[in-house]
Structure formats: structure tokens, C-alpha cells
Design a protein around this ligand. Structure first.
Ligand SMILES: NC(=O)c1ccc[n+]([C@@H]2O[C@H](COP(=O)([O-])OP(=O)(O)OC[C@H]3O[C@@H](n4cnc5c(N)ncnc54)[C@H](O)[C@@H]3O)[C@@H](O)[C@H]2O)c1
Ligand SMILES: O=c1ccn([C@@H]2O[C@H](COP(=O)(O)OP(=O)(O)O[C@H]3O[C@H](CO)[C@H](O)[C@H](O)[C@H]3O)[C@@H](O)[C@H]2O)c(=O)[nH]1
Length: 321
């Protein structure tokens, strides 16, 4: 199939490009490089452009007969979305609408969307399944929930079918160490811990040790980036074989506290990691763990790298490139 990957120069998008190409698909990336890296996608056809640019989109969609769009392009920092909501509503909502309208206009009816655990807000129960109430507590989470709702309306009115994948904590790297996570600034726990292990940073700060969890630190469900990409591939197959719109939670169903992740990283790297205690970060729920049984049952998704040590090992390999 011919796939347009928006945000394909970013962390998850670039791993997706590589998996799509390995699986025999033809890929074009559109990215404005606001956060991505041109060198993470090698020779893949690349369009430097913004998904909010309707005339560019019309031209690109007219020149290529894409079968589907995978949409990774967005801003991703929960904290920043609280202080700069306009930036998030513009980029993640308004520009996604431009993309969807251009697709409808061009007759493309398959869409795979990067959603997030942040659409659920403070969990009422754990693990979180698809029917858990959706009550985001950040503008970032609201942008993603809004797009999911738009997708339901576009399915109804225009026949545009979509799969929304609600990632919990994406982590890890290409097992061969050639590609990995390069956010600037980096805010995610595992790459920050590994930078403390390598000496690039002096220490890791734990954001809060007074949560109602066994060791007082936040619990998250870390999912390997390649397993996330596999779920996208299965979603693509689902839509191309006539499947209807769907939304799935994606995680390993196992939670690790911040201190447990640091301990696992010390084991993997064989380095002592300096830990500082910091205040809670605003908007961090104490525990986010996914119930991913639905995507396993319906699409046959099976994670290849569920262990936290493997996830950290692959990220460490990339860190040492
Ligand atoms: N990283 C995570 O743990 C996580 C968790 C849940 C959901 N997600 C979602 O997954 C997707 C990818 O996340 P990531 O970690 O790879 O982020 P990333 O920042 O590495 O990648 C996003 C890419 O989109 C591009 N981009 C942003 N706005 C654009 C625009 N208007 N036009 C064109 N390109 C644009 C950026 O340049 C970047 O290359 C995002 O939609 C994010 O919300 C990520
Ligand atoms: O220096 C740090 C960085 C993070 N943490 C803690 O580590 C955990 C994981 O934090 P990340 O920033 O790595 O990930 P988040 O859980 O905050 O965010 C992820 O999940 C969100 C959904 O809840 C969004 O989708 C977001 O894009 C995605 O990165 C949190 O408890 C956080 O407080 C620290 O203690 N110190």
C-alpha cells in the first residue's frame, strides 16, 4: 500500500516508516521538522511541510494515490499544553481538521491516529480499558479526545474509517540501535535516566515520592516503540480488509514506578544513577496502566518486547551510538 506518514521524522513516526518499508509498503513522510529529524528516515521520500497547509496537502494528495494516512504529527508535552493551550489546540486540532478535510476531498478513507492515555484523565479504576470514562485533565489530552470524536462524526458523514491507538508510555528504540528517541527538550523518563547513566546529565529528578503507590512514586505502563508500530500495521490491515473504525488502548498491562524504572536501568547499564527528589509535576496521575485485551482479541496484537529491561536495553543501545 501507499501510505502518507505525517510526523514521520519524529520518534514514533520514524520507527513506523522503517516497519512499513520492511513490510513492503511505499511510504511518503510529511513533517515540518518542528521537532523531528530528517536523518532518522534515510532515503524515504520526504516532504518538508505543515499539515495545516491545505494547498500543499491538496497537491501532495492529488499527485500520489495514497491508500491510507498515519497521523503522528502533533505537539506532545502535557505540561506545555497547560501553559500554551493555543499552541496545542491549533496544531493538534485545527491542523488535524485541515488534514482530514483534504483526505475526504481526495477520497482517502483510511486513517490511523496517535491518541493517548491522557484522554482518560485521573483513572477511576485500573487497568484502564476502552470503556473507562474519558475525562482529560490537560489541553493535550483534550486535543486528542476531540479528534477521536471528530473521527466518529467523519465516519458517519463521510465514510472515513479510522483506528485511534491510545498509547500509554512509548519507550525503547529500534533493537539494532540505529534509531531511537531524540526529543528536544527531552522530558520522558527513560531517556532522561539513561542520560544520567551515561554522564550526559548529572542526575535524574524523581517528580514526587508522596503518591499513593507502594513506593510513593508514579506508576506507568511502558510499551516498546516497535510493538506500538506493529499495532499500527495490524490496524492498517484491519481497515484495508474492510474493518470498521475502532479505538484501542495500547500498553503491556504492567505498571512500573519511577524508582523501579531507575533500578531496572541501573541493572541494564551497570551504572550507578544519581537520583534527586523533586516536587510533583502538575497533571501527573499516580497510576496509568492499560488493559489492552481488546486489541489482542480483535487484531491479534502480541507485544514482542514487553519486559522493561528489554525496552531499556534497546534505548541504552541507541544512547551509546
Ligand atoms: N511519546 C509518547 O509517549 C506518546 C504517548 C502517547 C501519544 N503519543 C503521540 O504519538 C505521536 C508521535 O509522538 P512522538 O513521541 O513521536 O513525537 P515527536 O515530537 O517525536 O514527533 C512528532 C513529529 O511531528 C512533527 N510535527 C508536529 N507538528 C507538525 C505539523 N503541524 N506539521 C507537520 N509535522 C508536524 C514534528 O516535527 C515531529 O517530527 C504524537 O501524536 C503524540 O501525541 C506519543
Ligand atoms: O525527569 C523526570 C521525568 C518523568 N518523571 C516521571 O516519570 C513518569 C513518566 O513520565 P514521562 O514524562 O516519561 O511520561 P508521561 O507519563 O508524563 O507522558 C506520556 O503519557 C502521556 C499520557 O498520559 C502523554 O501521552 C505523553 O505524550 C507521554 O509522553 C511520570 O510519573 C513522571 O512524573 C520523573 O519522575 N522525572
Amino acid at each position: 500500500m501507499k501510505i502518507l506518514v505525517t510526523g514521520g521524522a519524529g520518534y514514533i513516526g520514524s520507527h513506523m516508516v522503517s516497519l512499513l518499508e520492511k513490510s513492503g509498503h511505499e511510504v511518503t513522510v510529511m513533517d515540518n521538522l518542528s521537532n523531528g529529524h530528517r536523518d532518522s528516515i534515510g532515503e524515504t521520500p520526504f516532504i518538508l511541510g505543515d499539515i495545516g497547509d491545505r494547498s500543499l496537502l491538496d497537491q501532495v494528495l492529488a499527485e500520489n494515490s495514497f491508500d491510507a494516512v498515519m497521523h503522528f504529527a502533533s505537539f506532545i508535552q502535557v505540561g506545555e499544553s497547560v501553559t500554551s493551550p493555543s499552541k496545542y489546540y491549533n496544531n493538534n486540532v485545527s491542523k488535524t481538521l485541515v488534514l482530514l478535510d483534504a483526505m475526504v476531498n481526495a477520497g482517502i478513507r483510511k486513517f490511523i491516529f496517535s491518541s493517548t492515555a491522557a484522554i482518560f484523565g485521573e483513572p477511576i479504576y485500573s487497568p484502564i480499558d476502552e470503556s473507562h470514562p474519558k475525562s482529560p485533565v490537560s489541553p493535550y489530552g483534550r486535543t486528542k479526545l476531540f479528534v477521536e470524536q471528530v473521527l466518529a462524526d467523519y465516519r458517519q458523514a463521510y465514510g472515513l474509517k479510522s483506528v485511534s491507538l491510545r498509547y500509554f508510555n512509548a519507550a525503547g528504540a529500534d533493537p539494532d540501535g540505529k534509531n531511537g528517541e531524540r526529543h528536544h527538550p527531552e522530558t520522558h523518563l527513560i531517556p532522561l535516566i539513561l542520560k544520567a547513566a551515561s554522564g550526559e546529565r548529572d542526575s535524574i529528578t524523581v517528580y514526587g515520592k508522596d503518591y499513593e503507590t507502594p513506593d510513593g512514586t508514579c506508576i506507568r505502563d511502558y510499551i516498546h516503540v516497535v510493538d506500538l508500530c506493529e499495532a499500527h500495521l495490524l490496524s492498517l490491515m484491519h481497515l484495508s480488509s474492510g474493518g470498521d473504525s475502532a479505538a484501542y488502548n495500547l500498553g503491556n498491562g504492567q505498571g512500573f514506578s519511577v524508582l523501579e524504572v531507575i533500578a531496572a536501568a541501573e541493572k541494564v547499564t551497570q551504572k550507578e544513577i544519581r537520583v534527586k527528589n523533586g516536587n510533583r509535576r502538575e497533571g501527573d496521575p499516580p497510576r496509568l496502566v492499560a488493559d489492552s485485551r481488546m486489541i489482542k482479541q480483535e487484531l491479534g496484537w502480541t507485544p514482542h518486547y514487553p519486559e522493561i529491561e528489554t525496552i531499556i536495553k534497546h534505548a541504552w543501545k541507541f544512547e551509546n551510538q
